[in-house]
Structures are given as C-alpha cells and as structure tokens.
Design a protein around this ligand. Structure first.
Ligand SMILES: C[S@@+](CC[C@H](N)C(=O)[O-])C[C@H]1O[C@@H](n2cnc3c(N)ncnc32)[C@H](O)[C@@H]1O
Length: 401
C-alpha cells in the first residue's frame, strides 16, 4: 500500500511509548532496511496496545525523513530531532508559504539529486506535502466505489474516470470492496502507464517486470480480460503475490514465468505490446517514501541506467513489427528517463518513437522536460506537483520492421 496516513498534528497523540517506537524505527532503518518496512515490523511486534497510536507513529517517522535536511545540527540522541521534524511538518502543512523557496531548495534532497532531477520550487514543495492516496476502481465502477467508501474524489479528467483520490482514514485493506477485488490502491501516475499502453482486447502483451502485478491488473481490465498477458519478474515471490491479487480481481488471462532480465526470454511468443516497468531509483516516490532520499546514491542511478538499457535490449526483439514498446519508471532522474530513451532509440533505429496522448494532461514543466507538445509526443514526464501523484516517466516506441 501507500505509506501509512501521516499524523495530522504533533502533540495530542504523542506519549513516551509512541515516541520510543519512532526512535526504534529510526535507529534500525538504513539502506538495507528501508524505514517503511522497519515501521511495519515494529508496529506488528508492538501489537495492539491501547497506548499505541500507529497513525501518529507512522506520521512521526515519515516527518523525520521528510525534514531530515533540517535536523542534522540537532543532537542525535534523544527526541529533539523528531520533535523538530514534527514542528516543521505541521508548519509546512498549515502554511507552506512560511518556507522560502531558497530554504526548501537547499535542503529537501541531497545535492546530487538536485542536478539529476532539475529541482524547482514547485517540485520541492510537492515533495514536502503529505502524499495522496489514489485508488483505481474496477472499470466503470468509480462512482459506486466512491459512494461505498466515502471520502473519495474522482480524478474526473481524461480517461481516468475510475481513478479516485481517497481522503479518509479507514484501513482500506479491510473493506469488503477491497476483498471483493472492486478496487486497487494504485497511484495515479501508475494508472497513467496502463492508459499509455492502451492494450486492446484480444492482443498479446508482455508485462516484463510485472512485480506484484499492479499494472498487469490494469492492463487486463483495459483488455476487458480478453487476450493474453505474459507476466515475468526476477522475483518469484513477487509473482506469487501477483497471482493472489489476480485471483481477488478475477483476472485470469495471464501466464507467469520468472525472467532475470537476461537474453534468454521466458517465452518465444511475439507480442503486440511490451510494458517494461523497469526497476529504478524511485525518485518519483520520494514524497511518499522520504527515507529513500537519504539512502539512494548517484552510483545507484548510474547502475540502474545500465540495467534499464539491458532489459530493453533483451526484451525488444520479442515485439512484433507494428507492436508497441512502453518503457516506464517511477523516477524523474535524467539518467534513467530521457537518457535511457535516447540511447535505446540510437541503438534500435527500427523502433520509432510512438506519439501518445497523455491521459492526465501534462504541466508545462513536464512538457519542457520531455521536450514535446502536450498531445502526440512519445515521452511523458509526470511530475509530483502536476496532480499530487508520484513522479513517472513513460516513453513509447513502435517497431517498424
Ligand atoms: C517498478 S517494479 C515493477 C512494478 C510492477 N510493474 C507493478 O506495477 O506493480 C520493477 C520490478 O523489476 C523487477 N526486477 C528487478 N531487476 C530485474 C531483472 N534484472 N530482471 C527482471 N526483473 C527485475 C523487480 O523485482 C520489480 O518487481
């Protein structure tokens, strides 16, 4: 799911037990143990004691990493940094104008990232805002789900008639509608990827880095469950989760196989479409996952660029002439977005950039960064400030021969 709903205020729900758990998460989290996973484990092992307030604890952990750039001067021991982070967070959420652009730009992400993402004041502000929870309801069911769950606002724009912004505080995983597969938690930018693929009923697609199947389920829905989707991933445990999710969503038109990204492909099938939702630095999710701002390095970004190109190189020959290749990454670094697209286009001249209409509409900054006009350009950069979503880059090609 998205990161837990952050706390709305600091003091009322703070107590020594809650604070001690926040300190435990922060003391344990590191590059190998991301804070959101540690938080889940700490909350689960703490049980359901009456004094514990999971919402407050989660909010404090995320505030700590969101405002980390402001905390280094404070003593590491004790709770001074946590309290300061909560103060800054509350002030920003209530009155963002009380922070100057220059102040935000200098501290919000590490220096290497400022250059890679072309940091702007609007982006810095979007990264400091509390993240939005987006749902994708089953096709045509947006209104019904909004009514059943309450606290939902339809995105109501472009093709995304079933995308809902959730503003409530319920545990959506416990709702009967979720168990009945009537909606998925899926960021708006990820929903845009499904629409960029635009798979047609009866086609054969390959979701090459399918993970736990977030986009597979959307592709199947867009195909009206007709046709076939091959799903692969290096991680077998992710594919197992995909199967459970697919069963809940009543998606059956897929075949799964592991693929390590090498030249040996999981099938000899030739595809009408390939979605390469590649592993990436996740910089586009830094609003939702602020701990990663301080553990990701430029070296990671460079290595991921190599991996992304390797995955594209190996997968591309499996596309039929006339088929569509979609490259998507939830990052906004230049290295993993436009540079990968440019290098792939140079290496594979038979793959021609394929104009796509943007399902979300795109900001001027996104147009400038992707170097095109709003409709009919082959790359989209969705920035977090455009629609309160994750950042995402989408590029598309069609195979000429
Ligand atoms: C961005 S995630 C995919 C998310 C998924 N498509 C979804 O919508 O839920 C990238 C995936 O690539 C997989 N991956 C990483 N390295 C890989 C490799 N060398 N070959 C194949 N898959 C890889 C990861 O296991 C991860 O599931």
């Amino acid at each position: 799911m998205n990161s837990p709903k952050p706390a709305r205020g600091a003091e009322p729900r703070s107590n020594a037990e809650n604070l001690a758990l926040v300190e435990r998460v922060i003391a344990t989290a590191d590059r190998e143990h991301p804070a959101d996973g540690v938080l889940r484990e700490v909350l689960a092992s703490a049980g359901r004691e009456a004094k514990l307030d999971a919402g407050w604890i989660s909010g404090a952990v995320f505030a700590y990493y969101r405002w980390w750039g402001w905390l280094e001067e404070l003593p590491a021991a004790g709770s001074a940094r946590i309290r300061r982070a909560l103060e800054l967070d509350a002030r920003f959420q209530q009155n963002p104008a009380s922070f100057s652009d220059a102040h935000l730009l200098a501290r919000v992400v590490p220096r290497w990232a400022r250059d890679e993402i072309g940091m702007t004041p609007a982006l810095a502000r979007a990264l400091q805002a509390h993240p939005t929870i987006w749902l994708r309801s089953r096709a045509g069911q947006g209104r019904v789900i909004a009514h059943a769950l309450g606290d939902c606002q339809p995105f109501g724009h472009g093709k995304l008639v079933d995308a809902l912004k959730y503003t409530g505080f319920a545990d959506l995983f416990r709702t009967p509608e979720f168990h009945a597969g009537q909606f998925e938690l899926q960021d708006l930018s990820s929903q845009a990827v499904g629409f960029a693929c635009n798979p047609q009923p009866g086609e054969t697609w390959w979701d090459a880095c399918a993970g736990e199947g977030g986009k597979t389920l959307h592709l199947s829905s867009l195909m009206d469950n007709r046709g076939l989707i091959w799903v692969s991933d290096r991680a077998d445990w992710r594919l197992k989760r995909l199967k459970r999710r697919a069963a809940r969503a009543r998606v059956f038109n897929y075949r799964a196989a592991t693929w390590d990204g090498g030249a040996k492909l999981p099938t000899r099938t030739r595809f009408d479409g390939i979605l390469m939702d590649a592993p990436c630095s996740g910089v586009g999710t830094w609003g939702r996952n602020p701990h990663a701002r301080w553990t990701t390095t430029l070296q990671d970004v460079r290595e991921l660029q190599d991996l992304q190109l390797q995955l594209l190189r190996h997968a591309a020959p499996a596309l039929k002439p006339g088929g569509r290749l979609i490259y998507a990454v939830c990052t906004i670094t230049r290295s993993e977005t436009v540079e990968v697209a440019e290098r792939f286009s140079r290496e594979f001249p038979e793959f021609q950039p394929c104009p796509l209409k943007h399902p979300l509409g795109v900001s001027q900054a996104g147009k400038d960064a992707a170097g095109g006009a709003e409709s009919g350009f082959a790359q989209h950069l969705i920035l977090p400030q455009d629609h309160h979503s994750n950042g995402m880059f989408i590029a598309a090609w069609t195979r000429a021969v």
